[in-house]
Design a binder for this molecule. Structure first.
Ligand code: ADP
Ligand code: ZN
Length: 528
């Protein structure tokens, strides 16, 4: 791959690459854009001056330019570290089409091709070279690069260095070596997703404590956020697509491979162009499905989180989650793939009691690493609160990423703000029932049993245990099972009820329950 179109040559034939062509001129001439977006100009200036930067911009914000332009202006080659082969290839193809001298070094190249690229690299024929971290960190590559001037190191998808994040790649940890071997070469780390904590982690782990952070607004105003109550999930999804996104392209995220396959087949049966995608499919099938998704205007990708990073399809009209994402970062990154063209798009998430009950499973997973477990559970709780909340969705999402804002008026909660009710009394009834049962030590009662008692149902279990004589028996007959389950979910998400530690699903009160029982704290929710 040796692109050398006219434009690229032109830039390089300037007498002094670092001064001769101002960034703005290149922006227009090479990239065809009239003006910089914030904070591109600032980042570029900072990197051109030789400083490190951390760039946080939402997907589609224009991160690439922040290193591609300095790559053309600083002497030497810019080394771009990227986690995905497909991603690198696309970028390089685009750059070559613009006449920029870029190449990729990865495992898809034959031995001869690789040697060829390396030879050109040594001769200084590239402005940008893309590679995966594991290749860059081989001694062979490090030594090769030490023989030539390096313009900068760009570390794309920098959140992959975060051990607690959702895309952790151990290879990224080794990248701190760059600061030792090239202390004077600027490094620029880029990501579309990072909380304050992850930002700190990126800076620390990449060894760039002095880097300046550039953060832009994370709002995606064209996305409509909606959380639906899970009932008959397939039918719900089908209705959502049929009524709101008929004939349009979207992604449906599922938690497991099995669910992905089943749901895709079911949607195909309904007449949709649905395709499964998960790590259990062979590479060929995945590539085929991805290509079809990219090309067909109405394709729906039913996928696990294995799908999505680097997908550059501007007209994805919806992202649906039929299982709850593990964290708000996951959720925001995944939904952020919708509507990159700026046209209206939907983020639809269905969530139910079964999702909340997964918390117990998280406790039993990753027990070998308590800190990790704690983080997973915390991320999960934040996600549950987001689903349960009656506040503006966008406001909560932005707040999570450190940006304050007003209620948006364009999410389900903003549109339904008048359907909120005080449910403190029902909550007290449920908490009392749990308390009465808890006093019957030695027995284990699940949520179904509690609801039976509240509704005054004389099931075999209720009568055999004599629970129909409890004072709470039948005190909640005015509410349906669905309403009680909804309230239970809310109480669990507020930690006003917890499941016991042994995983039998028995409910127990907490400190927070007491305030509600005493009437010191009120609880509101959308009753539906
Ligand atoms: P990111 O990496 O942040 O997801 P990209 O760098 O791929 O985003 O850019 C997203 C899109 O925005 C691309 O199509 C790119 O050409 C375009 N873009 C980037 N910067 C500008 C700009 N200053 N003016 C107009 N379009 C831009
Ligand atoms: Zn809102």
């Amino acid at each position: 791959m040796k692109p050398a179109a006219e434009v690229g040559k032109d830039i390089l034939s300037s007498p002094n690459k670092s001064e001769a062509t101002p960034a703005r001129e290149l922006l227009r001439r090479v990239f065809g854009h009239q003006s910089f977006r914030t904070p591109q100009a600032e980042v570029i200036e900072h990197v051109l001056a030789g400083h490190d930067a951390l760039v946080l911009m939402p997907t589609g914000g224009g991160k690439s330019l922040c290193y591609q332009l300095p790559a053309l202006l600083r002497p030497g080659v810019a080394v771009v570290v990227s986690p995905l082969i497909a991603l690198m290839k696309d970028q390089v193809t685009q750059l070559c089409a613009l006449g920029v001298r870029a190449a990729v070094l990865n495992s898809t190249l034959s031995w001869d091709e690789m040697l060829d690229v390396e030879r050109s690299l040594k001769k200084g024929e590239f402005d940008l070279i893309y590679m995966a971290p594991e290749r860059l960190l081989t001694e062979r590559m490090l030594q090769l690069l030490e023989q030539m001037p390096i313009a900068l190191f760009a570390i794309d998808e920098a959140h992959c260095v975060s051990q607690w994040g959702h895309d952790f790649r151990p290879e990224y940890l080794g990248l701190s070596v760059l600061s030792q071997r090239w202390p004077n070469v600027p490094r620029i780390a880029l990501t579309a997703t990072a909380t304050e904590q992850t930002r700190q982690e990126i800076l620390a782990r990449l060894g760039m404590p002095a880097a300046r952070s550039f953060v832009t607004g994370f709002d995606r105003p064209n996305i409509f956020y909606q959380v639906a109550e899970k009932d008959e999930i397939r039918t719900q999804l089908w209705q959502f697509i049929r009524h709101k996104h008929r004939g349009q392209s979207g992604i449906v995220y599922c938690a497991s491979r099995q669910r992905t396959d089943d749901l895709a087949a079911w949607l195909v049966n309904k007449g949709l162009t649905a395709l499964p995608y998960h790590a259990g499919l062979d590479r060929e099938t995945r590539t085929r499905h991805q290509q079809k998704f990219q090309q067909a205007p109405d394709a729906v990708m039913v996928a696990t989180i294995a799908f999505g990073m680097g997908i550059d399809k501007p007209d994805i009209r919806f992202v649906a989650h039929v299982d709850m994402p593990k964290s708000l970062e996951h959720y925001y990154q995944e939904t952020g793939r919708a509507g990159r063209d700026g046209q209206a798009a939907s983020a639809w998430l269905a969530y139910g009691l079964s999702d909340v009950l997964q918390r117990q499973r998280l406790f039993s997973e990753a027990t070998d690493n308590p800190a990790n477990q704690q983080r997973m559970v915390k991320a999960f709780d934040t996600m549950v609160s987001f689903c349960e909340s009656i506040e503006c969705r966008r406001q909560q999402l932005l707040a999570h990423f450190g940006q304050s804002s007003e209620p948006c008026g364009h999410c389900d909660n903003c549109l339904n703000s008048d359907a909120v009710q005080d449910v403190s009394e029902a909550a007290q009834k449920m908490l009392s029932a749990v308390y009465r049962l808890w006093r019957q030590r030695g027995q284990r009662f699940g949520s179904g049993h509690v609801i039976d008692i509240l509704r005054g149902r004389t099931t075999a279990r209720v009568s055999s245990l004599g629970h129909d004589s409890l004072s709470v028996f039948g005190i909640g007959s005015e509410l349906s099972v669905a309403q009680w389950r909804r309230l239970l979910r809310r109480l669990l998400s507020e930690q006003m009820l917890v499941l016991d530690d042994e995983g039998y699903g028995t409910l127990a009160l907490t400190q927070a329950s007491v305030a509600v029982l005493k009437g010191q704290q009120h609880l509101s929710m959308r009753w539906g």
